[in-house]
Design a protein around this ligand. Structure first.
Ligand code: GCO
Length: 446
């Protein structure tokens, strides 16, 4: 399968150095310090210490044979208070990381926002502040000015469904605001505006032709059978707005790609829906070069019924990951196919993987056979979509290395590389060696 093969991480989850070399605090630095928010009281103060060990980690990426590496920029490392003074040492880190990647012929794919929002900006209203889109665009301009002579591929946001819904409507993620639905919709609208202004900033400041995308979470229903009516039912659920929350796909990607909110959402949110200037959609809907999506599982199935699509829950028999996510390889077929048909953009799987019960065994290896089986079964489904004509251009395993899994702390290990969080020792798991062969043979075994 001739695509770009990579792996993904994010700044807060791997960098550590939470207050080193002038970095400002992020909302996650603060959220981890609130008793009870994170399992075992873990935090990202040190994480994988990637900030200090990046050269070693790029060497391991080379060992695995990665063609590309998706990572994110820590906004408060670059602009400690979110706006104003730039921390040149912060930019210097990303300079060195990019240079080290390019020296190993590994192509950077940079996510400009992967949740580590500057704490100083939350104190100014955060995404509720009407100035927040411009704050973001100004930050993007600084990063693109510095790195775009060497970097061409940019993702504006990672999973607005998660950081807005779980961190603003709910208190499962930072900043844990528990806003009203209306205020959450308003914060989400500002994120969409920020995406649009960010795209404009990238194109205005890039020193070469930039390729821009964004990486929503994929919430997908699987057809309960291969009957056309069940496939249609699953498609309808996947692009519906089933709940009075913002954890769905079309509320976010329809404005970004199609230039309007989905009617299903406007109906669902009813009188919580916000007023906004229709001209905003001209800012939000900017030309994109690819559609990235993070896919892990179908959380349920859908079947047709006389009263419309019916959700069918998986039973206790389905294999599950350590995150208790059902293992459903068909998500890489259906979600990729349906999003390609809807948005007509080249597709990148920017995250896919699982948490396993990994440890370094007596022989010094990590025999993660379940991760190998997971990747083989999911990638066969991705190949099925590509063979049917879906324009799939890249696949990024989540994750390069074990890292800080948000509210689960270090309990969940998603990496191709095992990290001993006490010593920092890295160990390539068997899956990393399997992935190396897959990349070298361009997926011939799939
Ligand atoms: C996400 C985030 C990642 C997670 C990964 C495993 O998709 O939630 O992008 O940061 O760590 O998905 O949950």
């Amino acid at each position: 399968m001739q695509i770009t093969w990579g792996a993904s991480t994010s700044s807060y989850q791997i960098e550590g150095a939470w207050n080193q070399d002038g970095k400002g605090p992020s909302i996650w630095d603060a959220y981890c310090r609130e008793e009870g928010n994170i399992l075992h009281g873990d935090n990202g103060d040190v994480a994988c210490d990637h900030y200090n060990r990046y050269a070693e980690d790029v060497g391991l990426m080379k060992d695995i044979g990665l063609q590309s590496y998706r990572f994110s920029i820590s906004w408060p490392r670059v602009i400690p208070k979110g706006t104003g003074t730039i921390n040149d040492k912060g930019l210097e880190f990303y300079d060195k990381l990019v240079d080290t990647l390019l020296a190993q012929e590994i192509d950077p794919l940079i996510t400009l926002f992967h949740w580590d929002y500057p704490l100083a900006l939350i104190h100014r209203g955060g995404w509720l502040n009407p100035d927040s889109p411009k704050w973001y665009a100004d930050y993007v301009s600084v990063v693109v000015e510095r790195l775009s002579d060497r970097v061409t591929n940019w993702i504006t946001f990672n999973e607005p469904q998660v950081f807005i819904n779980e961190g603003h409507l709910n208190d499962f993620h930072a900043p844990g605001l528990q806003l009203s639905l209306s205020d959450t919709l308003r914060a989400g609208h500002h994120v969409l505006l920020a995406h649009g202004l960010g795209c404009q900033a990238i194109r205005a400041h890039s020193k070469q032709v930039a390729r821009i995308g964004w990486a929503p979470a994929g919430k997908t229903w699987a057809p309960a059978s291969d009957q056309p009516e069940d496939i249609e039912a699953a498609h309808e659920m996947t692009f519906g707005v089933p709940n009075k929350d913002l954890f769905n796909d079309p509320w976010w990607s329809d404005p970004v790609v199609l230039g309007h909110y989905p009617e299903a959402g406007i109906q669902r949110y009813g009188n919580a829906m916000i007023d906004f200037n229709p001209e905003d959609m001209k800012t939000i809907c900017q030309p994109l070069d690819f559609f990235a999506i993070n896919l892990y599982f179908c959380e349920s199935m859908a079947k047709a019924s006389p009263t419309g699509p019916e959700t069918i829950q998986y039973d206790g028999n389905i294999p599950r990951t350590m995150m208790d996510w059902p293992i459903t390889p068909e998500v890489l077929y259906w979600s990729t196919k349906w999003n390609y048909e809807r948005y007509k953009l080249p597709m990148i799987i920017s995250e896919n993987g699982l948490a396993c019960m990994d440890w370094v065994q007596a022989d010094g290896a990590v025999h993660d056979t379940q991760r190998i089986d997971f990747y083989a079964s999911y990638l066969k489904e991705l190949k099925r979509a590509k063979d049917e004509g879906v324009d799939i251009t890249g696949y990024y395993a989540w994750s390069l290395m074990d890292n800080f899994e948000w509210s689960q702390g270090y309990r969940q290990r998603f990496g191709l590389i095992h990290v001993d969080m006490d010593t920092g020792k890295r160990t390539l798991k068997d899956s990393a060696k399997w992935y190396r062969n897959l990349i070298a043979t361009q997926g011939a075994e799939l």
